[in-house]
Design a protein around this ligand. Structure first.
Ligand SMILES: [Zn+2]
Length: 139
């Protein structure tokens, strides 16, 4: 005989989510949009630094010894990996905005509770509430 209701699976994927107010959703959207602008500016800045480093390499590489060339290559690689990580964060924020529109953003994956707006503003890619995050880190 199958049991009519299985209460032991509760907490895995909550069927009924609590709702977030429209004002709160707007707050999250504003926070994400602000973060997006910030990251874009940072990305543009990094790109122009890469261009500059590249130009330096081309213009005054005549008198360079191998060490100079090595340093410049290293600097450029640093800048590029920085640019890539910023780009990755931009993508995360864009994905977060999409999911926010679909209503799937900002809920703790573990307990299903809404993640506080402040936390989402600071960590747009957060998928766990602070409590669950701490539990996960303690493992
Ligand atoms: Zn949680």
């Amino acid at each position: 005989m199958a049991k009519p209701a299985d209460t032991r699976t509760a907490g895995r994927k909550p069927a009924a989510k609590s709702t977030r107010s429209a004002a709160e959703t707007e707050k999250i959207r504003a926070a994400l949009a602000a973060r997006h602008d910030e990251l874009r500016a940072e990305y543009d800045q990094t790109l122009s630094e890469i261009t500059e480093l590249q130009r330096d390499r081309l213009t005054d590489s005549a008198g360079d010894d191998q060490a100079d060339t090595g340093t410049k290559t290293f600097e450029r690689e640093q800048e590029i990996s920085l640019a890539n990580s910023i780009l990755e964060r931009i993508t995360q924020v864009e994905r977060a905005l999409e999911r926010l529109d679909e209503g799937g953003y900002g809920w703790c994956e573990r307990c299903g509770n809404p993640i506080p707006v402040e936390r989402l503003a600071a960590f747009p890619s957060a998928t766990l509430c602070v409590t669950c995050k701490q539990l996960a880190e303690r493992r």
